[in-house]
Write a protein that binds this ligand. Structure first.
Ligand code: CA
Length: 233
C-alpha cells in the first residue's frame, strides 16, 4: 500500500519538532523515518535510501554539516536543512556543501510541504526536462540553452554573456538556493575580489531586462544575505 509513497528521512534530535514533522509529513502521504544523531543518519541514509532528507544542523554527536559533507561524496539525494533564524553562516555553509534548500524555524505546515514538494519535483524534472528539449520554461520566459537565447513572451531579451551565464546556472538548479560564493566561483573563478557586489549588479540588470519590478519575485528570488534561486511558480 505504501509502495508508491515518497520516503523522507528526518534527522532531528528535538522530540517536539521531530513529532511535528512526522505528523505533518505522514498526514500528507509521505513515508517517514526519523533519527536523532548524525551517526544514525548516515547509516539510515544508506539502508533506507530516502527520496528526501530533512536535516537539523544542531545534532548531539556531530554537526549536521558533517552529515552533508559525508553524504555528498557519493549521493545526490535532496537535502532540506532546518535552521534557526540566527544561523545565517550555517545556511550558507550547508548550501555550499551541497544542501538543496533550507527552511527557517519556526515554520508553518504549508511552507514545509511546499519546500518538500519543490525539492522532490525538481529532483526529477532537472534530470529529465532540460535534457529532453534543451529548453527551460518559467511563466512566459524561455531559455534556449543550445542557442544561448532568452525570450519573454516570444520576444528576445538581450543579455550580456555574464548575465546569460548567471541566468543559465540558476535555471539549471531549480529548487536550490545558490549561494553568492557558488555563483561567483562558476562565473568568475575562485579568486575574484568584490564578487558579491558584481553579482548583485548583474542580477539587478537581469531582472530589469526580464521586466521585473523591484521586489518582484516572478523569475528570480533573492534570498537576502545568502544567494539566489530560480522561482518555481
Ligand atoms: Ca537540534
Amino acid at each position: 500500500m505504501s509502495n508508491n509513497k515518497y520516503k523522507i528521512l528526518v534527522i532531528e534530535d528535538e522530540a517536539n519538532i521531530c513529532n511535528l514533522l512526522e505528523t505533518s509529513l505522514t498526514t500528507n502521504g509521505f513515508q517517514v523515518v526519523s533519527v536523532g544523531t548524525c551517526r544514525d543518519a548516515i547509516t539510515m541514509t544508506l539502508s533506507y535510501v530516502p527520496d528526501l532528507v530533512i536535516l537539523d544542523l544542531g545534532l548531539p554527536d556531530r554537526d549536521g554539516l558533517e552529515y552533508i559533507k559525508e553524504i555528498r561524496r557519493s549521493d545526490a539525494t535532496p537535502i532540506l536543512v532546518v535552521s534557526a533564524r540566527s544561523d545565517e553562516n550555517d545556511k550558507v555553509l550547508a548550501l555550499d556543501l551541497g544542501a538543496n534548500d533550507y527552511i527557517t524555524k519556526p515554520f508553518g505546515n504549508a511552507e514545509l510541504l511546499a519546500r518538500v514538494r519543490a525539492a522532490l519535483r525538481n529532483r526529477r524534472s532537472s534530470e529529465i526536462e532540460s535534457v529532453l528539449d534543451g529548453k527551460f520554461h518559467l511563466h512566459d520566459m524561455e531559455i534556449d540553452y543550445a542557442r544561448r537565447m532568452v525570450y519573454i513572451a516570444g520576444e528576445e531579451i538581450r543579455l550580456t554573456r555574464t548575465e546569460y551565464n548567471i541566468l543559465e546556472i540558476l535555471s539549471q538548479n531549480p529548487g536550490k538556493v545558490l549561494t553568492y560564493a557558488a555563483i561567483i566561483r562558476k562565473i568568475w573563478g575562485p579568486t575574484d575580489d568584490g564578487g558579491v557586489k558584481k553579482l548583485q549588479v548583474n542580477l539587478a540588470n537581469i531582472r530589469k531586462k526580464l521586466g521585473s519590478k523591484p521586489g518582484d519575485n516572478k523569475y528570480i528570488i533573492n534570498e537576502l544575505g545568502v544567494g539566489y534561486r530560480i522561482s518555481e511558480e
